[in-house]
Design a protein around this ligand. Sequence first.
Ligand SMILES: CC(C)(COP(=O)(O)OP(=O)(O)OC[C@H]1O[C@@H](n2cnc3c(N)ncnc32)[C@H](O)[C@@H]1OP(=O)(O)O)[C@@H](O)C(=O)NCCC(=O)NCCS
Length: 176
Amino acid sequence: MKHHPQDNRHNVSLAGENFDWKLKVATEADVDPAVEALSGHMNDRQRAVFRDKLQRYVRKSGRELIVAVRGVQTLGLVCVIAQAQFPPSFTEQQASQLRNFGCGTQLLVHPSSRKQGVGGSLLAHAERWAHENGLAGFWIATHRQADWYRTHFGYQEIHRIEDKGVEKILMSKSFK
Ligand SMILES: CC(C)(COP(=O)(O)OP(=O)(O)OC[C@H]1O[C@@H](n2cnc3c(N)ncnc32)[C@H](O)[C@@H]1OP(=O)(O)O)[C@@H](O)C(=O)NCCC(=O)NCCS
């Protein structure tokens, strides 16, 4: 049985305006609304893979699915995992740098809710989850958002991989 800490309410105030949404650790009941809201750009097969992935994050220990919601509407999500597999191309030294780091995957905000701080709040919450679980840092693989992680959150590039024909940049940050 997974432990679900009480929801955290985030009232984010940026540029003099108030935005109000809730970040919460998702349960099984949050998966279908999240898939419904965030899979508009996916075909049926991709949507099924996405649903399976979210369900795994809800059910298995050492992982969490965090969702951003406004009322019944899902605005975005991020998956976090304590022990993710490293890419096969990693050297021993790269793997040892990230040992005991948490990993974020699938950070996604609905296009109509972007540029309002939702993605940043999700990432900050994911990092906090890793920190509170005794992990030493956090890493993510990104196709286009390396500068966002670098500029706003202090991540550094550690490696590049090719994933299904797409180049991804692995970014990491230590909590020390
Ligand atoms: C990357 C992604 C998650 C960011 O989500 P987001 O909710 O737009 O993120 P934020 O709002 O926190 O930050 C985005 C930008 O908006 C700005 N911003 C935040 N709140 C703002 C506000 N109230 N007014 C104006 N700008 C704001 C941030 O400063 C940031 O600026 P920058 O892009 O110029 O550096 C989102 O674009 C997305 O889902 N992209 C597609 C999937 C993807 O690439 N995921 C990452 C995989 S690793």
